[in-house]
Design a binder for this molecule. Structure first.
Ligand SMILES: Nc1ncnc2c1ncn2[C@@H]1O[C@H](COP(=O)(O)OP(=O)(O)OP(=O)(O)O)[C@@H](O)[C@H]1O
Ligand SMILES: [Mg+2]
Length: 239
C-alpha cells in the first residue's frame, strides 16, 4: 500500500462544502461551497459577522449537522459514509464541544456536568468522578466540585463547560463563541486554557466575532455570507 504520509493529511477537510437550510418553501444558502483544511495540532479561529455561517461550519465540523453538498472528511474518513452510531462515537471520543450558552444541566453539581461525556463513553463510575474532578482542577475550579451552575459566575460556568469538553481527552476542541458572554478577566482565563490545550497538541477551532480573541489563534479564517474571504496566519493579519 502507498504510504499517504499521514502527518501531511489534514484532520479536517471541507471540499466544496455547501449547506442550504430549508424551512417550508424558503431556502437559505448558509454555506456556499467552502474549502478548508485543518491539520492536527493547529489552532484556528473562524471570524465573521453575525449570520455569516460560523455556527453552521462548527455544527458540520462537529458532526452535529450534515452538508447539503460537497464533502467533509474527518481524519481521512468521509463523514457521509458514517451512520448515526459511528457519528455519535466520533463526537464522544474525538471532539470536545464548548458552546456560547454553556449548555450545562442546572440541577447537577459541576463535577456531574463534567462527567457526562464519560457516561456516554462507558467509563466506570469511580474513574468518572476522579477524571471529572481532575478536569475541574485543571480549569481552576478545584474548590467548586459540588456547586450547581446557578451558584457559579458566568466565567466559572464557562470553565465547567471547558472542563467537560476536555475530560474525555478529545483530540479536537470546537468552541463556538466560548467567551461571548464573559467579562475580560474570565475571557482571559478561558483563552489561557485554550493556549494550554494547544500547547499539549490539541487541535482547536475557535469561533468568534472578536478580533482580539481570534488573535490568540495561529491562523484566522474570515467568513462572510457563507464564503471564506481570507485564510491567513495571525502574524500576517494587519493590525
Ligand atoms: N436551521 C436553520 N434554518 C434556516 N436558516 C438557518 C438555520 N440555521 C441558521 N440559519 C441561517 O444561516 C445563516 C448562518 O447562520 P449561523 O448560525 O451559521 O451564523 P453565525 O455566523 O454563527 O452567526 P452568529 O455570529 O450570530 O452566531 C444565518 O443567516 C441564519 O439565519
Ligand atoms: Mg453562531
Amino acid at each position: 500500500m502507498v504510504d499517504p504520509t499521514p502527518t501531511d493529511a489534514p484532520v479536517i477537510e471541507l471540499r466544496g462544502a455547501g449547506k442550504t437550510y430549508r424551512s417550508g418553501s424558503i431556502e437559505f444558502e448558509a454555506l456556499k461551497g467552502i474549502d478548508l483544511a485543518i491539520h492536527e495540532g493547529e489552532y484556528v479561529a473562524i471570524m465573521g459577522p453575525s449570520g455569516s455561517g460560523k455556527s453552521t461550519i462548527m455544527n458540520v465540523l462537529g458532526c452535529l449537522d450534515t452538508l447539503t453538498r460537497g464533502e467533509y472528511r474527518l481524519g481521512g474518513t468521509d463523514v457521509n459514509d458514517l451512520d448515526e452510531v459511528d457519528l455519535a462515537a466520533i463526537r464522544n471520543r474525538q471532539i470536545g464541544f464548548v458552546f456560547q450558552g454553556f449548555n450545562l444541566l442546572s440541577s447537577l453539581p459541576a463535577w456531574r456536568n463534567v462527567e457526562l461525556p464519560l457516561i456516554y463513553g462507558g467509563v466506570p463510575r469511580n474513574e468518572r468522578k476522579e477524571r471529572a474532578e481532575q478536569a475541574l482542577v485543571r480549569v481552576g475550579l478545584g474548590d467548586r466540585f459540588e456547586n450547581r451552575p446557578g451558584e457559579l459566575s458566568g466565567g466559572q460556568q464557562q470553565r465547567v463547560a471547558v472542563a467537560r469538553a476536555l475530560v474525555g481527552e478529545p483530540t479536537m476542541i470546537l468552541a463556538d463563541e466560548p467567551t461571548g458572554n464573559l467579562d475580560s478577566v474570565s475571557t482571559q482565563d478561558v483563552l489561557a486554557l485554550f493556549d494550554e490545550l494547544h500547547a499539549r497538541g490539541r487541535t482547536i477551532v475557535l469561533i468568534t466575532h472578536e478580533l482580539e480573541v481570534a488573535r490568540r489563534a495561529a491562523r484566522i479564517v474570515w467568513v462572510r455570507d457563507g464564503e471564506i474571504l481570507r485564510d491567513e496566519l495571525n502574524e500576517d493579519v494587519a493590525a
